[in-house]
Structure formats: C-alpha cells, structure tokens
Design a protein around this ligand. Structure first.
Ligand SMILES: O=P(O)(O)OC[C@H]1O[C@H](O)[C@H](O)[C@@H](O)[C@@H]1O
Length: 535
C-alpha cells in the first residue's frame, strides 16, 4: 500500500487546484523544475531537489549498511548513539521509534542528558551526522565522546573506530573524520537539504546500524514516486490541502499520530514539524506546525488550524486531513506536499534565512560572557524574567504570582497568534515539562507549541523569527546539577546551553515579542510549580 489521502470539511478554493493543474506543477516538480518557486528561489531550488531521486539512489546504501552492521555486531558494538541536530536526527528517530528499535538521539546541549548518553561505552558506536559539518552541538558531542572513549582506555585508533560519520562531501566534518580515523564515512547527496534528507544517508545510516531493515522504506517511497507526476496524486492533494488551509485562514497545521496497533508510525509530527516550519515560515508568513499528543488533544479543534492525522483518517465534522500509508511513502509524500504548499504560499521552501540569527547571537554571547540579569521575582523554585511588556502590571508579590504571570502571557497572544513553549531542559529527566503544552492549550483558544531547546532552534525557530510576528513565548531554563566540559573548547555544555537560550531571547526581544523566561532553580520542583499554577 502506498500513500492515501482523504479529507473532511475542508474548503479548497477551486482556483488553487486549477492553477496547479494549469501550471503542470506535479510533472514539473518530478522533472525538478527549479523555476516553480519564482526567480528569487531558483538558484537555491536548482541544488535542492535531489530528494526526488532518493528512493532509487539510496539503494546502494543498503548492502553497505548491512555489512557495516554485521562488522559492528561482530565486535560487540550494538548500542548506537546518534549526534545530530534537526534534519540530521529527526528522521532516524521516527524510523527507529516506529520500528521499536533503540537509538539514543543526542540533539541537546543539556549536560545531564549528554552525560546520561555516555554510558555502556564498551558496546557503543557513535554516528556523527551533520550536513554542513559545522553545527556546534554536534561537534561538541563528538568531542565529548572522543574524550570519554579515551578515558575508558581506548587508544586513538580504537576510539576513532567507534565513530561513523555522515556528512556532505567537502565539509569540515569530512576532514575531521579522516583525521580521527572514523570507521566509516558516508558522504550524502549535497543536492538534498537537511529537512528533505529522511531517505538519504542521514535517515538511513543511523537507523540501519541500530537494527532497522531500511529497504522497505525505499520500496514504499519508490511506489509513491511513480505516481508523483500525475494530477490527483495523494501528495499533491496533501499539498493542496496545506495551501488551501493557508488561503482560508487555517495557517496552523495540528499534527497527530493516528495509527493503532503494531507497525503504527510513532512521533511523525516531530519530523514533519521541522519540514513545515523551516520550509514555509519566512517573509512574514508560513504554516505553523503544532504537534499534538493525540488526535483529541487540546488544540485539535482550533478555529485557525487544519488537523492532519498521520497514519489515520480525518475526523468527521472537523476540517481535517488523513494521510495513511507506510513511513517511507509518508516521508516522500510530505516533502512533495511541502514543496507544493511553498508554491501556493509564494515562498522558497528550501532556504531557512532566519536560523543563523540565534546562532550568531549565541556565538557573540559565548565570546562576551553570559548576560547578567536579575529576576523580577523569585517564586519558590522559579525565577521570573520577562520582556516585551509581559510583566507589566503583574503583581509578582501575590501568593499566586506565577498564575498571574502565565495569565498575562496568555493574554499577550495576539489574534490568530500562538504561544511557543521552549524548554532548554533534559528531555528524558525533565520529560514532565512536555505536559505544559496541553496544560496551556486548555486555557486558550490559540495554538500552543512545545519544543525542546536547542533542538527547536533548527526547526520551529525559523518560523518564530521569519514567520508572522504573532507569537508569544515561554522560555524555560534550569539549574545544572553537574556540568560537562566540551573538550578543547572555551565553554562547557551548561554555558553553551545558557548562551543558546540567551541568544534566542535576544532574537525575540529584538522583535519586541512578549517573552516570559522562567528559570527553574530546582527543575523537578519548578516544573511542578508551573504545572500547578495552570492546574
Ligand atoms: O546537518 P547540519 O548541517 O548539522 O544541520 C542541522 C540543522 O541545522 C540548521 O539549523 C538548519 O536550519 C537545519 O535545517 C538543519 O537540519
């Protein structure tokens, strides 16, 4: 079975569909016509459409990966840690979750979470994935693991052979891999952008080494690829629905896993979130992905959202789409649909012009030192900071000051706006913070999103800064019990994490966005307090 699309209650303006048909968009996209997104996008698009070839071109990886996995197993190396941000880790995470295969994903700078991944070193192989080869988080993980292997008694050569590298040809990481004697280097197709790379080496190498049979992903994608030049194909229909939603005031895409039973797709929204947010959130417009806990979670029936049920049916009576079919077809189908939606929105779906801003702020803060800020109040385990007017007139000395300030933040969300919760915490040990999304969404008619920092900076971070300026923001940071050095760098993980949070606050403050920053001096107690204030 390949992809199946169905929809309910969605009003598709007739001209959206006829325009795409008249312009022959389906066939031109399959033929990699780089002019589809206008003259300004043409040069980027001309080097970004290689994902259409991956169902065929990635096949050569399959035997190589099987041999490498057998080689690793022969040496007792059966635990795979993946260091990679955004497009370099989100796809393998969904693939492995769906297959029920363990994979440790490191896409954080939280010292506790990084330290927790550095266990069982005697059976660990680390996949270092970075397209650009210059991502600071991934480079820091590589350094930390290299030092940990040395500390565990491995000599330089043995330690190097614990690494498998995925990168683009000619990247600085390709050079580093050679210098450190990595066991294997997979050079990916440079004509595929990070968020479109699920079926490339970036998606397949970590998943296959962890134990997933990846060939069916390519088979199912290849079946869909055969239909993509046709009018009415399911991925085109999905793209039309996304674009029509935007045109008719549904510019939020509420994503929920709808599968049941064994073999169901798990966590697809986290991957699609990056694809949609980074591809469309620019030039003051975009589609905001809202990853829901379930089809009925708070926010699923919002007046400005299109509900998208992945691996399931639309919900009768609600403007919704259902996209069913196997994971390989889902990846390709959503990529194609996003490219089509990009044309309907009139943006370049292949660049991410605002992602660098927070990174540059972070670099500046790492050089100059962390900002010296005083909390406006300390309430139990929670220090309260704010900007963009969010603390104005709030009585923080009141016994329910935390509730009042959260109310003020919710009230600061403009019409058709959204609230983004951004948690620079440990997504395993502090997992309860994830409950804040639904707790806040219950109290507002606006969309509420949740992202773990710094991971979301490589995803919804683009939309926050490049999309419509209608966001309000809740940033959470936490005290660190034990810091971890980044070997041969002038900063530790805790400093890097704090600088990333401060750098993003700066980018949002520069846009005068309402921003509430809560620093938890005791993480568990602080999360309880914030959830309690919303209860
Ligand atoms: O693979 P890398 O070069 O390390 O990039 C990882 C991520 O970094 C950036 O923030 C981009 O905006 C993302 O699209 C990308 O997936």
């Amino acid at each position: 079975m390949t992809l199946q699309f169905s929809c309910s209650g969605l009003d598709v303006p007739e001209n959206v569909r006829t325009q795409l048909a008249d312009d022959d968009v389906a066939a031109r996209l399959v033929a990699k016509d780089a002019t589809l997104w206008g003259p300004e996008a043409e040069s980027e698009a001309s080097i970004r459409l290689g994902w259409l070839d991956l169902p065929a071109s990635s096949r050569e990886l399959v035997p190589r990966l099987a041999a490498l996995r057998a080689e690793l197993a022969g040496e007792g190396l059966d635990r795979v840690v993946l260091a990679g941000m955004g497009g370099s880790s989100l796809a393998p995470e969904v693939i492995c979750r769906t297959a029920g295969v363990p994979l440790v994903v490191l896409d954080t700078t939280d010292p506790g979470q990084v330290a927790a991944a550095m266990t069982d070193l005697d059976r660990t192989v680390v996949v270092v994935s970075s397209k650009s080869g210059g991502t600071i988080e991934t480079d820091s993980h590589r350094r930390a693991f290299l030092a940990a292997f040395a500390e565990a008694g491995l000599d330089e050569e043995q330690a190097g052979r614990r690494f498998v590298v995925v990168t683009d040809p000619g990247s600085p990481l390709a050079d580093t891999a050679a210098a450190m004697g990595a066991r294997a280097v997979f050079l990916a197709d440079p004509n595929v952008g990070g968020r479109y790379s699920a079926l490339s080496a970036f998606g397949l190498v970590p998943a296959a080494l962890a134990g997933v049979d990846v060939e069916p992903l390519l088979d199912r994608a290849a079946e869909l690829a055969e239909q993509l030049a046709e009018q009415g194909n399911p991925a085109l229909e999905l793209g039309i629905a996304l674009g029509a939603g935007f045109r008719t005031g549904r510019d939020k895409v509420a994503l929920a896993d709808g599968g049941t039973g064994s073999g169901r797709i798990e966590g697809f929204g986290d991957w699609a979130e990056q694809l949609i947010a980074e591809s469309t959130g620019k030039e003051g417009r975009g589609l905001l992905p809202v990853v829901l806990e379930s089809v009925d979670a708070p926010g699923s029936a919002a007046h400005d959202a299109l509900l998208a049920v992945v691996d399931g049916d639309p919900v009768e009576g609600r403007p919704s789409v259902g996209v069913s079919g196997p994971l390989g077809a889902q990846f390709l189908g959503w990529e194609y649909a996003t490219a089509v939606a990009g044309r309907i929105l009139g943006i370049d779906p292949f660049d991410q012009p605002n992602v660098t801003e927070s990174k540059e702020n972070t670099a500046r803060i790492l050089d100059a030192g962390l900002p010296d800020e005083q909390p406006a109040a300390t309430i139990g385990a929670v220090e309260v900071y704010g900007s963009g007017g969010v603390l104005d007139g709030v009585d923080l000395s009141s016994h329910d000051g935390l509730r009042l300030v959260l109310d003020a933040l919710l009230a600061a969300v403009p019409p058709r706006g959204y609230l983004a919760v951004m948690a620079y915490l440990d997504r395993q040990a502090d997992a309860r913070a994830g409950e804040l999304r639904a707790a806040l969404a219950r109290r507002t008619e606006h969309a509420v999103t949740f992202g773990w920092g710094p991971r979301f900076l490589h995803s919804t971070g683009q939309y926050h800064k490049g999309g419509p300026q209608v966001g309000a923001f809740l940033q959470l940071t936490g005290a660190t019990a034990t810091d971890l050095p980044v070997p041969d760098r002038p900063f530790s993980f805790a400093t890097l994490q704090a600088a990333q949070a401060a750098g993003d606050r700066q980018a949002l403050a520069d846009r005068q966005r309402p921003l509430l920053h809560l620093h938890l001096t005791d993480r568990a107690a602080g999360i309880d307090q914030v959830l309690g204030a919303l209860g």
